[in-house]
Design a protein around this ligand. Structure first.
Ligand SMILES: [Zn+2]
Length: 381
């Protein structure tokens, strides 16, 4: 196990040293494919969108496969001077690998690959086929995961996401919707502001009302309350001496109970009769938010389901301690698999608070614990 962990850490560091922003994942996919070949996976392939896949044959190949999923991309490191060590150096400091993508998600990715390799090194086979699925573009919407699930030509028993879970087991998260609220006004020279209609004041009223009333939004029994957060604010003018013709705010909503229509109604009520538009931030500019009553979903795997009970028993046995069941705060590619009826859990050595921060890091000891959990999962599930 010690040799397995040191090989795994070495691989994780090489992954971090190969930057892979969304749409620029190809060199990383090639590096992973070469590693899977070297580790003698039974099948290794890239698909048309650039996802990298590797399969280990199971003892019973007629069973639906176990899929270990991690994404290949990461967010921008930002200002490198805010980092304790260069973001792509993958230096080891106090038992942790430091660098962009260590926690989200290259450390966990390396653990998934080396758990598969570890079983093979022991001369064992997993119970069923295990497929490593490395997907592109997770950080910008999940086109890679969508492509993977739409083109599946084998049955899947369970997808295990490598998204940060601190070696506990995640069973779901809320869905995500992002909308623009645009408030119209009348633009004038700032010296005669009283002659115009400045939408910034309306925005202030709206934001105060939102802060007070957001608790009216629905609560899901397992996934919790709906959150709605104003993030980006923009106005039409770049001139400091002109009052804006419009101002807009992006509202980021996380929910497992609300629909686009119910959210639109909620926001419109807060705005009142001031002229405004509500548009879908993920569609072409100006596309109205759909009048759909379909519930916005993430994923929500029941704790009592057979897959969770079996996976948890194996993971607990492998780690030699009891993993807790919890839900993610952030969204994952798991939501793309829900319409296909594929059960999903998250299991990963990374800590949630390390994702997307300067100085991002992962504990090598926790990677070792996760290796043991994953190897046992492959044996038993
Ligand atoms: Zn991630």
């Amino acid at each position: 196990m010690e040799k397995l962990l040191s090989d795994c850490v070495n691989f994780a560091r090489r992954l971090v040293q190969t930057p892979s922003m969304p749409h620029e994942e190809r060199p990383l996919a090639d590096l992973i494919a070469a590693e899977l070949h070297a580790l003698q996976f039974d099948e290794v392939w890239l698909d048309e969108i650039g996802n990298v896949n590797g399969r280990l044959y199971g003892q019973d190949r007629s069973l639906p496969a176990l899929v270990l999923n991690s994404h290949l991309d990461h967010v921008d490191p930002g200002d490198p001077t805010l980092w304790p060590t260069p973001p792509f150096a993958a230096e080891i400091v106090d038992g942790r690998i430091v660098g962009r993508g260590t926690a989200d998600i290259k450390g966990p990715l390396a653990v998934q690959v080396y758990a598969m390799a570890g079983l093979k090194r022991e001369g064992e086979r997993p119970l069923r086929d295990v497929v490593f699925s490395g997907v592109v573009q997770e950080e910008i919407g999940g086109a890679g995961a969508q492509f993977w699930v739409e083109h599946l030509d084998y049955d899947v028993a369970l997808v295990v996401l490598g998204e940060p879970s601190d070696n506990n087991i995640a069973l779901g998260h809320r869905g995500i919707l992002q909308m623009w609220l645009k408030l119209h006004g009348r633009s004038v020279h700032a010296s005669v502001a009283e002659k115009g209609r400045n939408p910034n004041y309306k925005l202030a009223d709206f934001l105060l009302a939102l802060r007070e009333q957001k608790s009216r939004l629905g609560v899901h029994p397992r996934l919790g309350a709906t959150s709605i957060a104003p993030t980006i604010v923009e106005v039409d003018t770049k001139s400091p001496n002109v009052t804006p013709a419009w101002t807009r705010v992006l509202l980021d909503v996380r929910t497992a109970v609300e629909s686009p229509r119910s959210l639109k109604t909620f926001v419109s009520e807060l705005v009142g009769d001031w002229p405004h538009e509500i548009t879908d931030a993920w569609c072409a500019p100006g596309t109205p938010l759909a009048d759909s009553d379909e519930r916005i979903y993430g994923f929500d795997t029941p704790p009592e389901s057979e897959e969770v009970v079996k996976a948890k028993a194996a993971i607990d046995a492998g780690m030699g301690r009891v993993a807790e069941l919890f839900n993610y705060q952030f969204a994952t590619d798991g939501r793309h698999f829900v319409p296909y009826g594929i059960p999903i859990i998250g299991y990963s050595p990374a800590e949630e608070d390390q994702a997307h921060i300067a100085g991002e890091s992962i504990s090598i000891a926790k990677m070792g614990e996760a290796l043991r959990g994953y190897v046992q999962l492959l044996r038993e599930f």
